[in-house]
Design a protein around this ligand. Structure first.
Ligand code: B3K
Ligand code: ZN
Length: 888
């Protein structure tokens, strides 16, 4: 397989001005005619024109209307080369034949439950026709679709519908035109039996936009939340960024077979059904939240990604980092900002940091790739995006403030609308709009690995100064043994002895006393710019010894090692005005506690829970002034993966035993409070999607989960009653999960009951698969193996694979079973799956990538599976890249 390098980027020799596509969709084969107007970049040059194409059958090729003779082109399974094109502009017309019904990779044109649909990002357009499949080729498209009218009554593509009509033989056609230039990865086509929920949105300048969400007829009633989310997103982008929608029509289509979450094709977004369909009975609060966020995300791409796109795929974060940041802000504004931040940071810690510490570590802008699809993070959720890239964008905002950030965005669009650009262009817009010096900030794009920041503090009572000494280190990553210091924005405040923020006036740094007051008034929080390997900041006028609250709101994606004592952390947990840092203090305490107990466990010492920790959590649990969802997050222990990530040699058994011990111990000591929490947070009202109600449910359900871990009669009855009386999926599934923690008869009965109830709803059945897959009951490998043969399971459907196989690969106990049974199971599946769908297989194989983190026995078992995979016949580039880099 060929590796592609950023440093090798070259401007294309030819540009495409217009592309007229014509599809004749058929059951056995589809004909694709593509007519392109081509112009050389350099006048008069006639170097060969190389087009990408993957397993296409070429039927004919014409230049300026004349058939091209065999001697004038070359074609193989990857390319079509026109050896000496005419000098000057010309038209190129290519007819190819493709087989969508056989396409199980779900890339290019394929069929999903009888309907045609497409997925072209990153490099899927080459599965449809020969093309310069690279994002810096921006052209204007038309698309004519011809198909059987009964089988495919709805025909959609990008832009506006120009014409439609009947044809002979029961066929019909539609002709679409997209007035905006776009790269081919944003092309889309849908044909099938679909119905739409229709609505309208009037933009702030008065444009009437027709909104349509398409699904099979039986799912139409479940699209109300998606429509609400779309309208909210359109309004939000106008209010916050002044960005309006630019066409008269916006379509969303939900399909059940989709490799990731959704795709932002111009005016024809295609979505995985699970991120569109929701009703209170079938979707949980988490699903509702995800739908809001992803509908927002794809809509926001219209400006950040489509109007301004990427020059090449190395610049992915230019659109993904920025758009993830935008959807995070959108969800924060519509829900709770601190809770959203907590979720996003947890996701970063659980997906991104482990990756950045492993063999697949790469900078926000990678230097090379074999298969671009492997560079979208966020693995098992089927929702792939650039979480670290979003943190980089967030840092601009932290440094510039909302207004400065908006100025930068305005300049970015002013300069680059209609262009394919780079991360430097975004950086330059932020810098120039604000006239600021960003020092070595660009390193965030090129240097991989998570910086470790140490902070030592000291108070001088006489001088009334408080010093913070920062030192930073970025660990080596593959190909980058030596690192430079990074530019790290540190948002901070200082708490006095009664827990209030101390006023901050000035700081001594770099030999200068700088004022940090704002208009002569002291501030209570400030942002320091740490740019060197070691650096000291001395705050003056600090009247008492403070407890510093560092990296408020998680102002930089780093690992912090501060010299805070447990008492300081308990104090921050109780008082910090920054809610995120209150949660963070609790997590740090829990992490320290868990690591200590893990060591005890490994030395066969008895486990004892620190009463101060119980007390700290108790005071949060019963504090009625706090947001309920915040409480729910604050009493949730860090995940097992996060703790393993912090150990020299990851020990899944010890971490699992310790986490279970703490949960059970907390449940028994806080039993009365937890019972009250469940009782006081029930509601007989109809389901509502809003923060207070979701927060109430979240708190009730975590309390229920704690109680169920006690495995006693009373808790078991309680959980069963909650299951039976639930009126929405959030409560019903939470009760099911609480029950399913404990092996036994009730577990089996309730799981069977749930399946019986929901067997006709594939999205709910996937929840049922996932729950069983990630169970930590002993010997679960066998259960999961059996579920592979369940009639509702299908290896060809990505959602099902993510639920069952992905769920299993994320379970610390059974996947890492010491006898190697979990590894063997995954190894076999990867090889099987790779023949069906390489993208999905490569998501799964990445569960092996951190095999070196475990003990020797596990290492050799996992390594054997990786070796078996790498040597498999006909392995895809996707899986090869991950597996071989993991072994390297
Ligand atoms: N841009 C797409 C992701 C494409 C992944 C390609 N393998 C959707 C998103 O950003 O959410
Ligand atoms: Zn995106």
């Amino acid at each position: 397989p060929k590796e592609i390098f950023l440093k090798d980027y070259k401007l294309p020799d030819y540009y495409f001005e217009t592309v007229d596509l014509s599809f004749a969709l058929g059951e056995e084969k589809t004909l694709v005619n593509s007519k392109i107007t081509v112009s050389p970049r350099v006048e008069g040059s006639s170097s060969p024109l190389v087009l990408d194409g993957h397993d296409l059958k070429l039927l004919s090729i014409k230049i300026n209307g004349n058939g091209l003779k065999d001697a004038h082109y070359q074609v193989d399974s990857r390319h079509l080369t026109i050896l000496s094109p005419p000098s000057g502009a010309f038209t190129l017309e290519i007819l190819t034949e493709i087989y969508p019904h056989k396409n199980t990779s779900l890339e290019g044109l394929y069929k999903s439950t009888g309907n045609f649909c497409t997925q072209c990002e990153a490099e899927g357009f080459r599965n449809i026709t020969f093309f310069q499949d690279r994002p810096d080729i921006m052209a204007k498209y038309t698309c004519r679709i011809e198909a059987d009218k009964l089988l495919y009554p709805v025909l959609l593509s990008n832009g506006n519908l120009l014409e439609q009509g009947e044809l002979e033989g029961g066929k019909h056609f539609a002709l679409w035109e997209d007035p905006f230039k776009k790269p081919c990865y944003l092309f889309a086509l849908v044909a099938g039996q679909l119905e739409s929920r229709d609505d309208t949105f009037v933009t702030r300048s008065g444009r009437n936009v027709q909104l349509r969400i398409w699904t099979p007829a039986e799912d139409l009633s479940k699209t109300a939340h998606a429509m609400y989310s779309l309208k909210a997103a359109m309004k939000w982008d106008e209010d916050v960024f002044g960005l309006e929608y630019d066409l008269d029509l916006f379509n969303i289509v939900a399909v059940p077979d989709f490799n990731m979450g959704a795709m932002e094709n111009k005016s024809l977004n295609i979505f995985n059904s699970k991120l569109v369909l929701a009703s209170p009975e079938t979707a949980s609060d988490a699903d509702y939240d995800a739908i809001l966020g992803v509908i927002g995300h794809e809509y926001f791409h219209n400006w950040t990604g489509n109007r301004v796109t990427c020059r090449d795929w190395f610049q992915l974060s230019l659109k993904e980092g920025l758009t993830v940041f935008r959807d995070q802000e959108f969800s924060s504004d519509l829900g709770s900002r601190p809770v959203k931040r907590i979720d996003d940071v947890s996701r970063l810690r659980n997906y991104q940091f482990p990756q950045d510490a492993g063999p697949m570590a790469h900078p926000v802008r990678p230097h090379s790739y074999i298969k671009m699809d492997n560079f979208y993070t966020g693995v098992r959720e089927g929702l792939f995006s650039s979480f670290l890239g979003a943190e980089v964008v967030r840092m601009y905002k932290t440094l510039l403030g909302s207004e400065g950030f908006r100025k930068g965005m305005d300049l970015y669009f002013k300069r680059h609308d209609g262009q394919a650009v780079t991360c430097e262009d975004f950086f330059a817009a932020m810098r120039d709009a604000n006239g600021v010096d960003f020092a070595n900030f660009l390193l965030w794009y090129s240097q991989a690995g998570t910086p470790i920041v140490k902070v030592a503090s000291s108070y001088n009572a006489e001088a009334k100064t408080f010093s913070l000494k920062f030192s930073q280190e970025v660990p080596p990553t593959p190909g980058q043994p030596i690192k430079e210091p990074m530019f790290i924005p540190v948002a901070l405040g200082m708490l006095n002895s009664s827990g209030k923020d101390l006023p901050l006036t000035s700081v001594f740094h770099d030999g200068m006393l700088q004022s940090i007051a704002s208009n002569g008034e002291p501030v209570y929080s400030t942002v320091l710019r740490v740019t060197k390997k070691e650096e000291e900041f001395i705050f003056s006028d600090i009247t008492e010894k403070p407890v510093p609250s560092l990296f408020r709101g998680y102002s930089a994606p780093i690992r912090l090692e501060a010299d805070l004592s447990d008492d300081d952390l308990f104090f921050l947990l109780a008082h910090d005005s920054d809610e995120f840092n209150r949660w963070e203090a609790g997590q740090l305490l829990a992490r320290n506690l868990m690591l200590t107990l893990v060591a005890d466990f490994q030395q066969n010492k008895p486990l004892v829970l620190n009463p101060k920790f119980v007390q700290g959590l108790k005071s949060i649990l019963i504090d009625s002034s706090l947001d309920k969802e915040f409480i729910a997050k604050a009493i949730t222990l860090p995940g097992e993966g996060e703790i393993m990530d912090m150990m020299k040699v990851a020990d899944p058994d010890a971490v699992h035993a310790v986490r279970s011990f703490i949960r059970k111990q907390l449940a028994s000591e806080l039993r009365a409070e937890l019972l009250n929490t469940v009782k006081n947070n029930r509601s007989s009202e109809a389901y509502e999607f809003n923060h207070p109600n979701m927060a109430r449910r979240a708190l009730k359900n975590i309390a229920l989960a704690y109680l169920a871990s006690l495995q006693d009669e009373e808790s078991a009855t309680l959980a069963l009653n909650e299951y039976k009386s639930a009126t929405n999926m959030t409560d019903q599934f939470a009760a099911l999960a609480a029950i399913a923690q404990n092996p036994g008869k009730t577990r089996e009965e309730v799981l069977a009951d749930f399946y019986n109830k929901w067997q006709d709803n594939f999205l709910v059945v996937n929840k049922w698969f996932a729950l069983q897959a990630r169970a930590d009951i002993p010997g679960n490998v066998e259960n999961v193996r059996n579920l592979l043969n369940h009639p509702a399971f299908d290896l060809r459907n990505p959602n099902k694979v993510y639920a069952l196989i992905g769920g299993f690969a994320g379970s610390p106990v059974n996947f890492h079973a010491k006898d190697g049974s979990g590894y063997k199971f995954l190894g076999e599946i990867v090889v099987q799956l790779d023949k069906i769908n390489p993208q999905v297989a490569s998501r799964m194989v990445s569960a092996f990538s951190r095999w070196r983190r475990y003990d020797e026995t596990r290492q050799s078992l996992a390594k054997a599976q990786l070796e078996m995979i790498v040597s498999a016949n006909g392995l895809s580039e996707n899986v090869f890249e991950i597996a071989s880099k993991s072994l390297a």
